[in-house]
Design a protein. Structure first.
Lengths: 586, 121
């Protein structure tokens, strides 16, 4: 009996031992051998990687005026599988999101788990909607953090700033070219949820803070931009051109101070803009520059010492047959100095200067002035223009290219070339970005002026400059570009519009004026291009249309920049439209 | 009697006290653990609430910054100027420093060269 009871006891103990051993083994198996597998499965159920969104950087002008910034908003998302009362939900959403009820109902009918109902919902509207949903115990609607890119100045500087897409990725202008800096780095945090879907803060896992996008400061001065925008608008009202472009630049540093194009669009309503309105014509439009290109011809001939400024060239009294084709001057000129060729804008004189250089040398100078290559400005989509090599020139090309025909240049290239003359022959890379800093002002990158090359000698630049000074006088083609108290240098250009079907379009011109001031120490260089101005053909010239626009801009810019007048004001020049006679206008 | 006395178990006060202390300690530790856990959750909730508040305040700040930028933008100021909310006073003649005296009456839209040596360049 005693024996049996002992055996029973031992058996029970053994059973318990075995049982607990099994439990222990199972626990060891679960906790140690299968730990990673089950921990992973548990984490999948409860642990989430929460993205902490970084803010996109702001864009500022040279005086720290805000040009682009973010306003927080939310994305309203629906999970159709969680919706408990579709009939009540649809009208509520339609009211708060200002969307058609039918559209919301259709989206919810799809039955998907992630339906974007509306993006960029302002925060107050989202807060109110959230509260109404809670009050009505409606489920299935979620909110994600979002932001709206706002451009406080609307259409001003639209082509330079560009815009972003739905994912806040820059797709045009500085928004695109500086994407690397503007786009921040999202952070993350591993969090655990309870059954109710609330975060258990105690169980937060690994975390990385987001890095907001950097601040990009432009060289653009909003005050000068405003002056330019006003003048381009006035020009559009007066001449109703197809297109117009104005660029204002500081020649010594290459800083672009203002850049405007027409047609344009409102950055805050970019979805309504047409493709034609979105083009930054200053860098993506190719034009035949016309007579403004003569600065290249004259500078090349003077630099190569083929001629001196006072060398006399016979201008064939207005008609010259070369290569079987007649080349005309606007007015019949006899013998003229090189200086006068620029002042009177003689096509024949310019052609003879180029011939004295030879095709190859002339081509070299065109390239040295930066034509046929991108300027390198920090804007996307810039084109290099079209400069053919001498091998593909026709017999008469050497007479047409010197007067700005048979070449395709961008307005920015033309401005940079004029800046090289203003700058003592130094070709400077144009810049539109001044610096990149963090939100706290720590410098990340600073863009300093970069001299590309010495295109012509200082002496040559001074000789061309002296001629350009007389262009803006009673003798020259651009007396309308004069600014009282300042000596202005510049060159007019009037080119017939190229017909896409071939040849030129009769009665349509691209008129331009490129100049700088003060001549002694240039502070600003500007280019005004007006494409197909609707004005009488006797007035459709660079000197009559573009030069007065330049004068008005230069005068206002001089006041703003507090430039000191050097010339004694002899007589007032009205800053309005100056009508020139046909004979003196090219 | 003997039997009754034999069945009587004397309480070992020291042992009892030891057990009571041990149990109390364990119970106290357990309660403290539960209290601390609850506090941790509570503080976590407060932390979350504060984080949400900071995020909301930051968002409000950004909205306010946006409104400031919009209201002080050049186009907005220009509009207010047109609507007559702002008034610009032209520079008085005596405030203009001239290098050369004006040579006659200038037209309404004529350019008046001015220079202010004191102004920063």
């Amino acid at each position: 009996m005693k024996w049996n009871s002992r055996i029973r006891c031992a058996l029970v103990c053994l059973a318990f031992t075995l049982l607990f051993s099994v439990f222990s083994f199972r626990l060891v198996h679960l906790q140690m051998i299968k730990h990673d597998e089950y921990a992973g499965l548990a984490a999948e159920k409860h642990v989430y990687k929460q993205t902490i969104h970084a803010d996109r950087g702001t864009i500022l002008d040279a005086n720290n005026e805000v040009l682009a910034h973010n306003v927080p908003g939310e994305i309203v998302i629906a999970d159709a599988t969680h919706v408990n009362n579709k009939e009540a939900l649809v009208p509520l959403l339609a009211e708060h999101l200002q969307l058609p009820a039918a559209e919301i109902a259709e989206k919810l009918s799809a039955g998907r788990r992630y339906i974007v109902l509306k993006r960029e919902v302002p925060q107050p509207a989202a807060v109110e909607l959230r509260q109404r949903l809670r009050e009505a115990s409606l489920r299935g609607i979620y909110f994600e953090r979002d932001s709206t890119r706002i451009y406080p100045n609307g259409s001003m500087l639209c082509h330079v700033l560009g815009f972003t897409d739905f994912d806040h990725k820059g797709i045009q202008g500085v928004e695109a070219s500086m994407e690397e800096y503007l786009h921040g780095q999202d952070g993350y945090r591993y969090i655990e949820h309870n059954r109710a879907g609330q975060e258990i803060v105690t169980y937060r896992g690994q975390e990385r803070a987001p890095r907001d996008g950097y601040r990009v400061q432009l060289t653009i001065d909003l005050n000068l931009q405003h002056i330019v925008e006003n003048e381009i608008d006035a020009a559009v009202r007066e001449y109703r051109p197809e297109k117009a472009t104005i660029i204002l630049m500081r020649p010594a540093t290459g800083e672009i101070l203002a850049m405007a194009n027409r047609p344009h669009f409102d950055l805050n309503q970019r979805t309504q803009a047409k493709p034609e309105q979105m083009k930054n014509r200053a860098i993506i439009d190719m034009m035949e520059p016309g007579s403004t290109f003569k600065i290249v011809t004259a500078a090349a001939a003077l630099n190569e010492k083929k001629v001196r400024p006072d060398t006399t060239i016979f201008c064939e009294n207005g008609v010259w047959n070369y290569g079987g084709r007649a080349l005309h001057d606007h007015h019949g000129y006899g013998a003229m100095s090189v200086q006068d060729i620029l002042i009177k804008s003689s096509n024949i004189g310019a052609a003879k200067l180029a011939i004295s250089l030879g095709e190859q040398k002339f081509y070299e100078y065109i390239r040295r002035f930066g034509f046929g290559e991108r300027t390198g400005v920090e804007l996307p989509g810039e084109i290099p223009g079209l400069i053919r090599s001498p091998q593909s020139w026709s017999k008469i090309s050497i007479t047409r290219i010197p007067m700005g025909h048979e070449v395709g240049v961008t307005p920015l290239q033309m401005t940079v070339a004029m800046a090289a003359i203003a700058n003592g022959g130094k070709l400077i890379t144009p810049r539109i970005v001044k610096s990149v800093t963090t939100a706290d002002g720590e410098m990340i990158s600073e863009f300093s002026p970069s001299v590309l090359r010495q295109v012509v000698s200082e002496q040559t630049a001074a000789q061309v400059s002296a001629a350009l000074r007389d262009v803006v006088s009673e003798r020259g083609t651009a007396k309308g570009a004069a600014v009282l108290g300042f000596s202005v240098c510049g060159k007019t250009g009037t080119a017939q519009k190229v017909d896409p079907k071939g040849g030129y379009t009769q009665g349509k011109y691209v008129v331009s004026f490129s100049g700088y001031m003060p001549a002694e120490q240039p502070e600003i260089v500007a280019l005004v291009v007006v494409d197909d101005a609707k004005t009488g053909s006797e007035l459709n010239y660079g000197g009559t249309v573009a030069a007065p626009i330049f004068a008005r801009i230069a005068e206002k810019a001089a006041r703003y920049l507090d430039l000191e007048p050097h010339e004694e004001p002899s007589k007032p020049v009205t800053a309005g439209k100056v009508a020139l006679t046909k004979a003196s206008s090219r | 009697m003997q039997r009754q006395r034999k069945q009587f178990n004397a309480i070992n006060a020291a042992s009892l006290a030891r057990w009571i202390v041990l149990t109390a300690f364990l119970a106290g530790t357990g309660l403290m653990y539960v209290y601390c856990s609850v506090q941790l959750y509570h503080l976590g909730d407060r932390k979350k609430a504060l984080e949400t508040e900071i995020v909301n305040m930051r968002a409000q700040n950004e909205v306010a910054n946006g409104q400031i930028a919009a209201l002080t933008s050049r186009s907005a100021l220009q509009r207010r100027l047109k609507e007559g909310y702002l008034k610009m006073i032209p520079i008085a003649e005596q405030s203009i420093v001239r290098l050369n005296a004006p040579t006659g009456t200038l037209g309404e839209d004529a350019v008046q060269p001015v220079s202010n040596q004191r102004a920063g360049r």
